[in-house]
Design a protein around this ligand. Structure first.
Ligand code: AR6
Length: 234
């Protein structure tokens, strides 16, 4: 997202007001770091809703993977997002991240719709992750439906140019065309689709409660996601 002139123009419009809103969203005021310099990945908790992965186990894996990647980020940061204030996964992750002393400027949790983080929450996130399905298709509910709806046809087309399907544990980085409403309104320049492990017997490729496989696929999914984010930064 820092790579093109168009991106720099769009992402470089931070005003004082924006910076204040951003600091509010961060829960802290950081006078040294300009909002312009911060590249942020907002990601949902992969597999813990429709795919029914155990929240306690998923929160351990999220914190483990964040801890592994957070120091490679330089000025960038990671934000775990969920829709509601009472989100179990957010509260588990917050508590565990605090215990591990993970830098709260580099990683924090945020309540909001991942498709409206800037317009509704004042939180600028130029990269967002999607908990996708294996066919990389719109619909199906959850965060996948929300992102494809908000991004419009531009995301479907751009996704097809990169991949037609995804294996569990894998991610694909999709640059978002600048005519997508998610780009113009929210400043999102990339969507990273991630396919997590499925524990829901009603969905394709259910792991039938095999948490050995499930945990290893969820770890791979976060590794692929964060590696994809690092590839955008470079
Ligand atoms: N903004 C932020 N977080 C959200 C939003 C949103 N708009 N919508 C949901 N979440 P899920 P999965 C949170 O079910 O378990 C789809 O149908 C939600 O509360 O979207 O990986 C796909 O097509 C939860 O914390 O993803 C797949 O088939 C997290 O996002 C399947 O569901 C993930 O919930 C993937 O299931």
């Amino acid at each position: 997202c820092k790579g093109t002139t168009k991106d720099s123009l769009l992402l470089g419009v931070a005003s004082k007001e924006v910076k204040e809103r951003e600091n509010l969203a961060k829960g802290s005021v950081d006078a040294d770091v300009s909002v312009d310099e911060i590249t942020t990945l907002a990601f949902p908790s992969i597999s813990t809703a429709d795919f029914q992965f155990n929240n306690e186990t998923a929160s351990d894996i999220i914190v483990e993977k964040v801890e592994e990647f957070v120091n490679k980020l330089e000025n960038a940061r990671l934000v775990l997002v969920d829709l509601i204030h009472g989100s179990k996964i957010l509260s588990l992750v917050r508590t565990k991240a605090e215990k591990r002393n993970i830098d709260s400027k580099k990683f924090f949790t945020f309540v909001g719709n991942i498709t409206q983080l800037y317009s509704q929450g004042g939180l600028r996130c130029n990269v967002i992750a999607n908990a996708a399905n294996w066919r990389l298709k719109p619909g199906g509910g959850g965060v996948n439906a929300a992102i494809f709806t908000a991004a419009g046809l531009a995301l479907e087309t751009a996704t097809k140019e990169r991949a037609n399907s995804l294996l569990p544990g894998h991610a694909v980085v999709v640059p978002l065309p600048s005519d997508s409403p998610l780009y113009t309104r929210e400043g999102v320049s990339h969507v990273i689709h991630v396919l997590g492990p499925n524990m829901n017997p009603q969905r394709p490729n259910s792991l039938n409660n095999d948490y050995n496989k499930g945990c290893s696929i969820l770890r791979e999914a976060y590794t692929s996601l964060f590696t994809g984010f690092l590839s955008i930064l470079r």
